[in-house]
Ligand binder design. Structure first.
Ligand code: CA
Length: 239
């Protein structure tokens, strides 16, 4: 049983799906709130303490992606997407939408509840890990890059890189061992909270956005080398 009672907001316009989710999550001891539109969800989040959001992508007013972007401006609350199509997954994991996980419809309520629990647990774990890391080393500088762990902030030549969590994590791994080649599996193990839920394409997508963010500051800065069929490394001489 979760403790103390955690609040889960379900944003889903299909009543049948919402009802089974409400039942399943309440059975596990969560306090469950439910709305059927994106705007209702945003309004409710402003006024209530919510610990977890289950967010349908296809909503009648604004898309779940837009809702997520809006939430992420002010909040790190875990967000699990419900998607109707496999094709939407790339957007969820690859395009900086900021979701923590996704489930493709149709899914079993039990599976979804297990995901919610796993994400909430790992959130508690990573908070602890972050505390420890902050005490150990608050700043890492390597070449032109600086990582400030207390703020989860990365800078290139002093300019702030607006990185998502896993991009920051990969940068941390690379900078600690410049030149070392990491396979995608190794990066997933080292950086992702649930490596088994990530895929090679997830890593590739995050590398791609990392590169793009470097280029926004310096078009010629390209320190991540692709090793075909193997993985990626950080090329110190370029940094
Ligand atoms: Ca829907």
């Amino acid at each position: 049983m979760p403790s103390p009672q955690l609040s889960v907001l379900i944003v889903e316009d299909e009543p049948a799906i919402a009802e089974t989710l409400i039942y399943s999550l309440e059975t596990e001891g969560y306090r469950v709130l439910h709305v059927g539109t994106g705007n209702e969800a945003l309004a409710l989040l402003k006024k209530n303490r919510i610990d977890f959001v289950v967010l349908d992508v296809g909503l009648p007013d604004i898309t779940g992606f837009e809702v997520c972007r809006e939430i992420r401006k002010t909040s790190d609350v875990p967000i699990l997407f419900l998607t109707a199509r496999e094709g939407e997954i790339d957007r969820v994991v690859g395009l900086e939408i900021g979701g923590d996980d996704y489930v493709v419809k149709p899914f079993s309520p039990r599976e979804l509840t297990a995901r919610v629990q796993a994400i909430l647990r790992r959130g508690q774990r990573s908070e602890r890990a972050a505390e420890v890391q902050t005490k150990e080393d608050e700043i890492l500088t390597e070449g032109r890059l600086t990582l400030l762990f207390d703020r989860y902030e990365a800078r290139l030549d002093g300019e702030i890189l607006d990185l998502a969590r896993y991009e920051f994590g990969m940068l941390n791994v690379f900078l600690r061992h410049p030149g070392r080649v990491y396979t995608r599996d190794q990066l997933m193990e080292l950086v992702w909270d649930e490596p088994e839920s990530a895929s090679d394409r997830t890593v590739d997508a995050h590398i791609k956005t990392l590169r793009r963010k470097f280029h926004e500051i310096d078009e010629s800065f390209d320190p991540v080398r692709t090793h075909r069929g193997i993985g990626y490394s950080w090329q110190q001489d370029l940094s």
